[in-house]
Write a protein that binds this ligand. Structure first.
Ligand code: ATP
Ligand code: MG
Length: 233
């Protein structure tokens, strides 16, 4: 079953035609990796799903329901979380407060859920009382992803979580995503092909605001010509 489908989605930003007919599917329970060179439209694709750069035309289906006309503040309530690029955390708030502030209005976070999150990111346990401004880049990225887990959403959209991270933090992120994937569907934007190929089930490659190709990750791993052509690997 597909948790998400996009059909011929066009997005315009400031008069520029950025997504030029994106058509893709993401299967429920899988980790789909969205690859592509700089500026190919990966971030715009996930922002368009969230309604942050709304689709000008085309259709976006989440669990079969058309969402392309919904507002950006309504979409998370369907059960979709975004981890934007840039790992922003609130610098004045503690790690714990950064997590609690992400809980949607009218909902509560259970002790069980917090334990689940700490289990995924074990170093977080000792960071709970630390202010955002005192975190390292890797710790901020951990908090940024952890914050997207508080609502127990069906679909997580994560934009370049390993960018600029030290190898050891990249490995922690890989382990965390492998764990998160057991309970949620993930669409992951990633430039690090080695990292991507180690955890993805499926792949999509963007080029010039469109999906150029996609399939099972094994097909890409075995196809050096495709890697070279689209990714410059
Ligand atoms: N606010 C904007 N105004 C004008 N052009 C924009 C704007 N935002 C994005 N673009 C353009 O849209 C294209 C796609 O950008 P997008 O950020 O989606 O690419 P990306 O694949 O995420 O790139 P990167 O790998 O660098 O993160 C780029 O050519 C970019 O310059
Ligand atoms: Mg981007």
């Amino acid at each position: 079953m597909n948790i998400l489908e996009m059909h011929e989605v066009h997005t315009f930003i400031a008069g520029f035609h950025i997504l030029e007919g994106v058509t893709l599917t993401a299967e429920h329970g899988k980790l789909t990796i969205l690859l592509g060179r700089n500026g190919s439209g990966k971030t715009t694709t996930i922002k368009t799903i969230m309604g942050l750069t709304p689709a000008g035309s085309g259709e976006i289906l989440f669990q079969g329901k058309a969402i392309q006309k919904m507002h950006d503040f309504e979409i998370p309530w369907l059960g979709i979380s975004l981890v934007p690029e840039g790992r922003d955390v609130f610098s004045q708030l503690t790690v714990e407060e950064n997590l609690l502030i992400a809980v949607r209005k009218g909902k509560n976070i259970t002790k069980q859920r917090l334990d689940y999150i700490v289990n995924i990111f074990p170093p977080m346990k000792d960071l709970f009382k630390k202010k955002g401004r005192n975190l390292s880049g890797g710790e901020k990225q951990m908090v940024a992803v952890a914050r997207a887990l508080v609502n127990d959403d069906e679909l997580l959209l994560i934009d370049e979580p390993t960018k600029g991270l030290a190898p050891i933090m990249v490995e922690s992120m890989r382990l965390a995503l492998a764990e998160i994937k057991k309970n949620a569907t993930i669409i992951l934007v990633e430039q690090n092909f080695e990292f991507a190929s180690s955890i993805a089930d499926d792949f999509l490659i963007m080029e010039h605001g469109k999906i150029a190709c996609g399939g099972k990750i094994g097909d890409l791993i075995n196809n050096e010509e495709m890697q070279h052509r689209y990714l410059g690997v």
